[in-house]
Design a protein around this ligand. Structure first.
Ligand code: NAP
Length: 259
């Protein structure tokens, strides 16, 4: 299936590894020119080179912290008029809400809600003028099924989801869609680090805990960044112009509800 986005321009945030990288790779494979960001310049450059070599697409690495005004300004200077924006950033740490200070909350809201809103604000009017735009926000399955120890993530991502639910209905008339892509457990560095933390807490081997976690999923496994990227690329495709304000859960069927 030709996704109809060859020659489009995409900003993919937090994309040197994991889900962001999966999205950048899938878009590049469709002939999209991609600008990727991450804080660690060396890893980001390596990823850009790997995607270029796999896909032949033009890929520009823009190092920086996307949760800062400077980081956002850098990528917007490099690509001021994207057709596609994939919002992503590292997730907040787990913990007990009794120990979270206002600073912890402000950091989570900044990274997982306001950063995406700022990037939408900077790009959506241009997309509407050009009558094509696709915004995908990488959030979390926790938006549908909150996880108690991830309260900072539950709160910040629910805030972004609520904001998008309103604005996505104001942009779609000009062929600009905004959707959430909600990962359940995907095999990435972040997922591995949660198993390392659980292994340290319980004394059980990481591989045993991972095998147990994978077996507990209806799919019997974790998701891959590649399949996440392909779903993202479809939402960014020319064919997805009638899908907006939606939250697509990718969790192997873990969420037990009908809808
Ligand atoms: P990952 O494998 O750890 O990759 C994170 C990527 O984001 C790296 O490229 C990292 O590079 C970059 N990054 C982190 N903070 C950044 C910042 N402030 N500015 C720019 N780049 C930044 O993580 P992942 O599993 O792909 O997770 C991506 C998002 O999905 C996170 O918000 C996570 O909470 C959420 N999520 C993941 C899962 C899962 O199972 N994997 C499930 C639910 C939700 P640098 O460190 O060099 O900046």
């Amino acid at each position: 299936m030709d996704l109809g986005i060859t020659g489009r321009r995409a900003i993919v945030c937090a994309a040197s590894k994991g889900l962001g990288r999966g999205c950048a790779q899938a878009l590049a494979a469709e002939g999209v020119e991609v600008w990727i960001t991450a804080r660690t310049a060396s890893t980001l450059e390596e990823t850009a080179a790997a995607i270029r070599s796999d896909t032949g697409a033009r890929v520009t690495a823009v190092p920086g912290d996307i949760t800062t005004p400077e980081g956002r300004a850098a990528v917007l200077a490099a690509c001021p008029d994207p057709d596609i924006l994939v919002n992503n950033a590292g997730g907040p740490p787990p913990g007990d809400f009794r120990e979270w200070t206002l600073d912890d909350w402000n950091a989570a809201l900044n990274a997982n809600m306001l950063t995406a809103i700022e990037l939408i604000r900077a790009t959506v009017d241009g997309m509407m003028e050009r009558e094509f735009g696709r915004v995908v926000n990488i959030t979390s399955a926790a938006v549908k099924s909150p996880i108690d120890i991830l309260g900072l993530s539950n709160g910040a991502r629910a805030g972004l989801t609520g904001f998008v639910a309103g604005v996505a209905r104001k942009t779609v008339r000009r062929n600009v869609t905004i959707n959430g892509l909600l990962p359940g457990p995907f095999e990435t560095d972040r997922l591995n680090s949660t198993f390392v933390a659980r292994s340290n807490a319980t004394g059980r081997p990481v591989e045993e805990l991972k095998a147990e976690g994978a077996a507990a999923n209806p799919a019997g496994r974790f998701g891959t960044a590649e399949e996440f990227g392909h779903a993202c690329a479809f939402l960014c495709s020319a064919h997805a112009g009638f899908i907006t304000g939606q939250n697509l859960l990718m969790d192997g069927g873990s969420f037990p509800g009908t809808l």
